[in-house]
Design a protein around this ligand. Structure first.
Ligand code: SF4
Length: 284
């Protein structure tokens, strides 16, 4: 199945987000989805444009709110595969509360964050993922705030699928997205996706020098949360691969009584106008 459409991305040449787009398209095809079975919901930022660049249902939401929308889509139609996406500013600053609660809720949505350690769309400000000392127009003397350790945060919040990748590792990233889609619960995939225009520190070369593949760590076991946390701390979070997965915890939908029946979006509510209005009133 072809998940490409004819919309030309307006990302800067060399932006890491191109690879993330390609990886989502490949992963969706590899797991056997049809375009009408996939919804991609995005927030605001350069990466937020991705929902318009994939041949699927797309919803370009508001800043930091891709997850509430994505969860609503999934609750209304459990038959859809739902991918939420956005940048590090979107998901780890204004949207951080939603990220944590979606994690602990373990709702069956795959969240892909394009992490470039900067705000690109607004022309280069320090983000919650920028390191101490990072100089931009918003922190001209260097950031004095420490970078948010998002993978560690996800583990402590109870995440059941935590992975990280680098946008040039297209094969690995595609495989992780496939695993995330197949995971029955919330999956968080943080992708180092360099901003070639504004971030002159965390470049492709910088990541190549600093990232460690978990596959190269002998005996690494992604089912062991303690090891996952220790490894992240030892490497300052700069690892790629499947960090942690717990397949034993039921998803949010699994725990809802009768949720396995027909999706709400397809249900025949058999309500007349008056009954419908009454129902709405009850929820007001
Ligand atoms: Fe990508 Fe940065 Fe250009 Fe935005 S400004 S499209 S993040 S390279």
């Amino acid at each position: 199945k072809d998940f490409r459409n004819n919309v030309k991305p307006n990302w800067c040449p060399g932006c890491g987000d191109f690879s993330v787009q390609a990886a989502i398209q490949r992963a969706a095809a590899n797991v056997g989805l049809d375009p009408e079975n996939l919804a991609v919901v995005s927030g605001i930022g350069c990466s937020g444009r991705i929902s318009g660049y994939i041949n699927s249902y797309g919803f370009h939401g508001i800043h930091g709110r891709s997850l509430p929308i994505a969860q609503g889509v999934k609750m209304a139609n459990k038959d859809l595969t739902v991918i939420a996406s956005g940048g590090d500013g979107d998901g780890f600053a204004i949207g951080l509360g939603h990220t944590i609660h979606a994690i602990r809720r373990n709702i069956d949505v795959t969240y892909i964050v394009m992490d470039n350690q900067i705000y690109g769309l607004t022309k280069g400000q320090t983000s919650p993922r920028s390191e101490v000392g990072f100089k931009t127009k918003s922190t001209p003397q260097g950031s004095i705030e420490s970078s948010l350790s998002v993978m560690e945060m996800a583990l402590t919040a109870g995440a059941t699928f935590v992975a990280q990748s680098f946008s040039t590792d297209l094969k690995d990233l595609t495989s992780l997205i496939e695993q995330g889609i197949n995971h029955k619960g919330f999956s968080l995939i943080n992708v180092f996706s360099p901003c070639v225009t504004y971030n002159k520190v965390n470049t492709y070369d910088w990541f190549k020098e600093n990232l460690t593949k978990l596959a190269d760590i002998e005996g690494y076991d992604p089912n062991n949360k303690v090891t996952a946390m220790q490894t992240l701390m030892e490497h300052n979070g700069l690892v790629t691969g499947l960090i942690y997965q717990n397949t034993n915890q039921p998803s949010y939908q699994d725990l809802i009584h009768n949720f396995s029946e027909d999706p709400l979006a397809k249900a025949d509510l058999q309500l007349g106008k008056e009954e419908f209005n009454q129902l709405v009133k009850e929820f007001m």
